[in-house]
Design a protein around this ligand. Sequence first.
Ligand code: ADP
Ligand code: MG
Length: 414
Amino acid sequence: MKFEEYRIAPEIKQNLEKLGFKKPTDIQYKSITPILRGEDVLAIAQTGTGKTAAFAIPVLHLVNETKKSARADAIRCLVMVPTRELAIQITEVFQKIGQGTKVKTFSLFGGVEQDPQILKLEKGIDILVATPGRMFDLVSQGHLKLNHVEILILDEADHMLDLGFIKDIQDVIRFLPRKRQTLFFSATINETIKKLAYSLVHNAIRIQISPNDKVAKNIQHAVIFVEMDDKRFFLERMVNEHPESKILVFVRTKVRAERVLAAMERVGIKAETLHGDKEQQDRLKVLGNFRTGETKLLIATDVSARGIDIPNVDYVINYDLPDVPENYVHRVGRTGRGTQKGNALSFCSAEEKPILAEIEAFLNKPVQIMELDKLEYAATKDFSKDVTAADLKALLKEAEQFEEMKRKKSKGKK
Ligand code: ADP
Ligand code: MG
């Protein structure tokens, strides 16, 4: 089924076409119709499968269709998200898909002044995308009224729980009308998430996309065995072999991120880093550069990249394996978004093999191994532009030749 065939506002269809969305992804196919019918939905689908549009499309249609009869000054749909970056990203999706309709979407998050936000709210917003903290502040101060909310959406619910937002969620929900439509979206599911979900949705339509495959089907992922100290050469090779590609590299710590950046700079490769030590403003700028493709190589830690949708990431490289097996799925899910194909490669050192085993246990299947013979491995190092490495190689060679000479000499004496 194509988007053209859905019974949704023509403006929305046009916008989808502009975005290059021709047919729905699996999760969209399964969610849109029940949401349009007014059902509660509990949806679990891997990261990158298009969950945002799965709720944005039908909700925009519903809110738009009834806009005339509804109160103009009331928020009718509330989307709760875990982070500011996600609030911005999801608002953008609503605005793009809703362009030309009567629906106004606005995002609300902490860390900035609240007065301009209050002014904006007073002008009339239909759909509010918000992080729990700031929303709760404004509600308690009486600046934000949620008593006309008809649709509540919890997005990235697993991430919200990880960040400890459960109490904030429950606090905010008390301000909503009991009679409402609730949509619950998560990339993963476990007992805690289920409990939260069932406290919110009633007789929900349950949708789960290939629960046995934690990695989306359009992502090819493999592991390559590389010694810790050699990883930079392999990254260098990867970048040089794919000069046009956008590559997202994950490392374990902020310090490692800066170190890898320095190693890349030494060999003339431009890159940027993204981690928790950076100011919000810096982080947004770095992300922006990577989005537009101005930066082709981004070196990030886990926290900084969760849930973020960056178009056209060609490769995800796990420079270090993630400490938490689940993060493997979040990381490789940064490529192969929507209907695109993606590739991920993990560098696994001898000391990381136990982590790989944990990841495989979590995935319930082995990760494909990319075999490298000794020659190819050595060549990767030899071709490095890294002068320190090259110098070292030259030195070693000299030393070898010297040894050889000595040996020959001593033989001659005998
Ligand atoms: P999720 O929330 O499931 O991780 P997103 O909603 O962030 O995924 O969507 C991932 C990517 O897929 C986005 O870049 C989006 O533009 C793209 N996308 C979503 N739906 C479609 C579609 N029907 N056709 C093509 N691309 C799509
Ligand atoms: Mg999402």
